[in-house]
Design a protein around this ligand. Sequence first.
Ligand SMILES: NC(=O)c1ccc[n+]([C@@H]2O[C@H](COP(=O)([O-])OP(=O)(O)OC[C@H]3O[C@@H](n4cnc5c(N)ncnc54)[C@H](O)[C@@H]3O)[C@@H](O)[C@H]2O)c1
Ligand SMILES: [Zn+2]
Length: 370
Amino acid sequence: MEKGERLAVETIIVGLAERSYPIQVGIGNLGSLGSLCREGGLSGKAVVITNPTVAALYLAPVLRSLVDSDYEPIVLQIPDGEEYKSSETLQQLYDGLIENGGDRGSFIIALGGGVVGDIAGFAAATYLRGIPFVQVPTTLLAQVDSSVGGKTGINHPRGKNLIGAFYQPKFVLIDLATLETLPEREYLCGLAEAVKYGIVLDRDFFEFMEAHIQPITERQKDALLRVVATSCRIKSSVVERDEREGGLRAVLNYGHTIGHAVETLTGYRRFKHGEAVAIGMAQVSSLAFQKGLATDDETRRVTALLKNLGFFTELPDYSPDDYAEIIGHDKKKRDDGVTFIFNRGIGDFVMEKIVDVRTLLLTCVRGEHR
Ligand SMILES: NC(=O)c1ccc[n+]([C@@H]2O[C@H](COP(=O)([O-])OP(=O)(O)OC[C@H]3O[C@@H](n4cnc5c(N)ncnc54)[C@H](O)[C@@H]3O)[C@@H](O)[C@H]2O)c1
Ligand SMILES: [Zn+2]
């Protein structure tokens, strides 16, 4: 930690009865991992799952902290990349757990971004029918989104996240200092999810981001603390009310239906997930205006916030038929309609089943509020 930097710690409790757990957000607090594990009653073998990119940056302090608390940590590394969130990698993790004598007293520490968190969490959920696990998310996306809420899993060649389990960690440890080394586009992807929370669930948070563009883009610690802690608080309140995605949790798909179509049409090469979701959010906010759910001014503010943070907001040039075809096949499709989340003004939302996606999308393709 740099001299003079304060070690601010905020704790958010995800309240899920006997599965409740704390999220600790701090700056330079990675070294408290071992003692937090002890306080959490975790004994036995600590198995750290990470990848070479993250290991080079943060494994040493993590191991030091565990050893200082009298653990004998084991490290299992998986290759870096979404394509390794697979059954083959999972099998290698099970092999590693067995070879190292992982037993029911052992626990897993997921050190990395959403890929490591999802697969390590799923390994924990399934190994010996479930052993405890801890999330130490090191990307902004993992800190504001994937480490909160207990969704774990892997991809299948036929689709993303098709295999998984709801499995809550014992605690989440977030060290904002780890974001200093995150590549710019990865940082932006996490911001997209934070902006999403503001648009549909928290007007004050939206206005905070509007007023702090520079501190946020410069990753100033105070701004990061507010962005990450608020995001965790918002996501956990959604998860508390709908742990297993029966209803309300669908609000977290705001911007994602169009975003997924953008990712698919551009072959997952041109845009990262968060960049595609930003386009989706700009388009849906425009649709909200068309439907009389948001004012012209509110719609412009949504697009302006996204642009000012550095996002591209225009819909790539494919026909409404192309978009409608893909959205019709979206996994969120139920019966013969697609559930869309629209923002109601800023800070609120409505869910609506859309049957004629093509007609809805004609408005987007015509392009308002650029
Ligand atoms: N479980 C959930 O609820 C949920 C929610 C959203 C997304 N996800 C999943 O999360 C995954 C995406 O997560 P992600 O965006 O974190 O991607 P990621 O895990 O691939 O990380 C992005 C890149 O950043 C690197 N990295 C991680 N921390 C770093 C650091 N501090 N400094 C420098 N580099 C660092 C990683 O090695 C990787 O190369 C997807 O698989 C997605 O399905 C899950
Ligand atoms: Zn997302």
